[in-house]
Design a protein around this ligand. Structure first.
Ligand code: SAM
Length: 453
């Protein structure tokens, strides 16, 4: 079908649903238009921004007929801030849209006629749920400010007064760092000109331990470390202060760090176990919902105490360690050496002696693990958004674990992997449960169970 629209056309569109990624879906005689800022139920006036062979993209300019169940967005920075996309969509409608996206992914990509989906688990808190925040510095007439990129812009950072996704402590730490930067007339780094000093601030909180870690990222230059530490002195929660220097243009924070104050890692408690959190180690960013996901993964694993469990993409060992008490042995693989070091340390910290962790890429390291550990009865996989690579999936399936528990942060790649495991490797898709870990954002987690035979 020839595309019925052209770039810059303005037209009224009825939004039917939300696609994975958060854009509204509208149809013009069957031709799909993805509408940024379009909410299901609304008719919006939209401008076409891009036309492709099978679909077009558009931006909603105004709501012509309101149909979406709306609420007042509490944040003063909404919708300019790129952090939250759906603060004004009623939470029930967000949940419904996310559950529908998982169902649709299984049907369309997974070719599953009747997906065995269980009801979505709502978030325990709709706000203040994040345990990790990464802010960028920006220059304002009043001096440096800290915040997030404006929605859709890489070159503009909003000065954030109060962020609703972090805690009062998180907001107060950010404000204290901004005040310190202004009092010392420091310069924010300019991404286009490559001038200035202050680049990013990372704040991590152990939500169940009330401990915080702060990492300042600057361009090369002299830092008055004592002054920076003194600016955070009034927060007894801040146990660990680090400094990283980024001498490259890329805006990254996973850099080597120098400890300026306190202990090198804070702790978080998950499912009754303690975990060390260092600046670069992976930790799910919503503590309460990570616990819910891990409990679901444990339930799906159906352990009796006799099993050998592989924890693939294990991060700092959270899933494997919380399953270890119900398993014979646990074997983890993770690509980040820093995370593996944390996993080994976490096993010791919790007195767990039947778990071992190895550094490597899952696709490469899984055969070595088999030689060392034998074949698994249960494999838990928790890959990044790209899902299991062809090689990782094949090598895992060849080991024939009786159960695969799949913790997914992307229903589209999960559905593709489920299809392959069913069609080519003799697995049956038994159950799946979406979990809302990130209210007001397009992200969706899903825990799924596949069984052999
Ligand atoms: C979604 S996280 C899950 C971590 C852990 N299961 C948890 O819940 O905290 C994915 C992890 O996979 C790791 N990773 C990414 N690609 C990998 C690969 N090819 N092989 C092994 N680990 C990988 C990342 O470093 C990250 O720690």
């Amino acid at each position: 079908m020839a595309a019925p629209v052209r770039p810059d056309d303005e037209l009224d569109l009825r939004i039917e649903s939300l696609a994975y990624g958060g854009n509204g879906v509208a149809r013009l005689n069957g031709f799909v238009v993805f509408v940024r800022r379009g909410l299901p139920g609304d008719v919006v006036r939209a401008r076409v921004t891009r036309v492709k062979r099978n679909h077009a993209e558009a931006l909603a300019l105004e709501v012509v007929e309101a149909g979406a169940p709306r609420v007042d967005a509490p944040c003063e920075h909404y919708p300019a801030c790129g952090g939250c996309r759906f603060q004004d969509l009623a939470y029930e409608a967000q949940l419904e849209a996310k559950a529908a996206q998982v169902d649709e992914a299984f049907r369309r990509i997974g070719r599953v006629d009747d997906p065995p989906l269980e009801p979505i688990v709502p978030a325990e808190s709709q706000f203040h749920y994040r345990n990790k925040m990464e802010y960028s510095f920006t220059a304002t007439p009043d001096g440096p400010a800290l915040g997030f990129h404006r929605a859709g812009r890489w070159d503009e950072v909003l000065d954030i007064g109060k962020c609703w996704l972090t805690t009062n402590l998180g907001n107060a730490i950010r404000a204290a760092v901004r005040d310190w930067a202004r009092a010392n007339t420091l310069q924010a780094y300019d991404q286009a000109e490559h001038t200035g000093f202050l680049r990013h601030l990372v704040v991590r909180e152990g939500r169940n331990t009330n401990q915080a870690l702060v990492q300042l990222v600057t361009a090369p230059g002299r830092l008055d470390a004592d002054g920076f530490v003194a600016a955070l002195e009034r927060f007894p929660e801040v146990r660990s202060i680090h400094w990283s220097v980024n001498d490259r243009p890329a805006e990254v924070t996973n850099l080597p760090t120098q400890l300026l104050h306190g202990v090198d890692a804070i702790e978080e408690e998950l499912c009754g176990l303690r975990f060390r959190v260092r600046p670069n180690a992976f930790l799910q960013t919503n503590t309460a919902m990570a616990e819910r996901i891990y409990e679901l993964a444990r339930e799906f694993a159906g352990l009796t105490g006799e099993e050998s469990v592989y924890d693939l993409y294990c991060g700092i060992g959270t899933i494997g360690l919380m399953m270890a008490r119900d398993a014979l042995t646990v074997w983890g693989i993770e690509v980040s050496e820093e995370s593996v070091a944390c996993a080994l340390e976490n096993a010791d910290l919790n007195g767990i002696a039947n778990a071992a962790f190895y550094a490597g890429e899952v696709g490469e390291a899984i055969d070595d693990l088999r030689e060392r550990a034998g074949t698994p009865d249960v494999a838990v996989v928790d890959p990044p958004r790209a899902g299991l690579s062809g090689k990782a999936l094949r090598r895992l399936a060849r080991l024939e674990p009786q159960r695969i528990v799949y913790v997914s942060c992307n229903p589209t790649t999960l559905a593709g992997n489920v299809k392959e495991l069913e069609a080519e490797w003799g697995y049956r898709f038994m159950r799946a449960r979406p979990v809302d870990m990130f209210p007001h954002t397009p992200h969706i987690e899903t825990v799924a169970l596949l069984e052999r035979g």
